[in-house]
Ligand binder design. Structure first.
Ligand SMILES: [Zn+2]
Length: 234
């Protein structure tokens, strides 16, 4: 089988950014320990917890400002320079962009943005704290972090399904740093050469469907994965 003319689809999760120092709810430490995801990531009651929700995402922006992309982000950028890559991430940070990646598909939103629930205007505030400014377009006084909350529709999922549906046996899929708990990525993979890189096995990831397996940190695996993909593409 030749992969020379195929594309590369990369599907990433928190594991790839964890090595840059971004904590997750699953770690249960640091600033995250003080916040309940059902309170600060919940579409059904975020307006009730308005101040707390924004306090939490303000802190996350501060945290993001202090960290840097790691070797895994950088090697994915390198792959994007050399081949046709579709970069889909569940992460809301901008570490791929800071590594130079373009057109990243953020399934779960973008931490640097606010969204007006009324008129859908997107406002980029970079790493700043939200200081309760009204929507610049419609004047609404309630703005939401542009993060897909629990129980909220994720508009980019349709695009993700289309991408996975359109894969051919010449394509390469790299799944990196995800437990598969939020998006059941194994359930939507069909054709193509499949590479998995996770620090630990997960009950939601069926390792037997993968052609190549790296159970180690992404910074240690990515240089080897980069070489493997270059070989597949040669
Ligand atoms: Zn608005």
């Amino acid at each position: 089988m030749s992969f020379k003319n195929g594309k590369i689809v990369i599907f990433s999760g928190a594991g790839i950014s964890a090595e840059s120092g971004i904590a997750t709810f699953r770690d249960g430490n640091g600033l995250w320990a003080n916040y309940d995801p059902e309170v600060v990531c919940n579409y059904t009651n975020w307006l009730t917890n308005y101040d707390l929700v924004h306090k939490f995402y303000n802190l996350r922006r501060e945290e993001l400002k202090k960290v840097e992309p790691n070797i895994a982000h950088k090697l994915i950028k390198k792959l994007s320079d050399e081949f046709s890559v579709i970069n889909i991430t569940q992460n809301v940070d901008d570490l791929f962009e800071r590594a130079g990646c373009k057109d990243v598909i953020h399934l779960h939103g973008n931490l640097l943005e606010l969204k007006c629930p009324k008129c859908k205007e997107i406002i980029n505030i970079n790493y700043e704290s939200y200081n309760f400014i009204p929507c610049r377009k419609c004047g609404s006084e309630k703005l939401k972090p542009n993060i897909v909350f629990f129980y909220e529709e994720a508009p980019k999922y349709r695009e993700m399904y289309q991408i996975f549906d359109s894969l051919s046996s010449e394509d390469i899929i790299l799944v990196v740093g995800t437990s598969g708990e939020v998006v059941n990525v194994c359930g939507i993979m069909n054709k193509g050469y499949k590479i998995l890189n996770n620090l630990n096995s997960s009950r939601m990831i069926n390792e037997s469907i993968f052609d190549s397996l790296y159970l180690e940190s992404s910074s240690s695996a990515m240089p080897k994965i980069y070489d493997e993909i270059r070989k597949l593409k040669s």
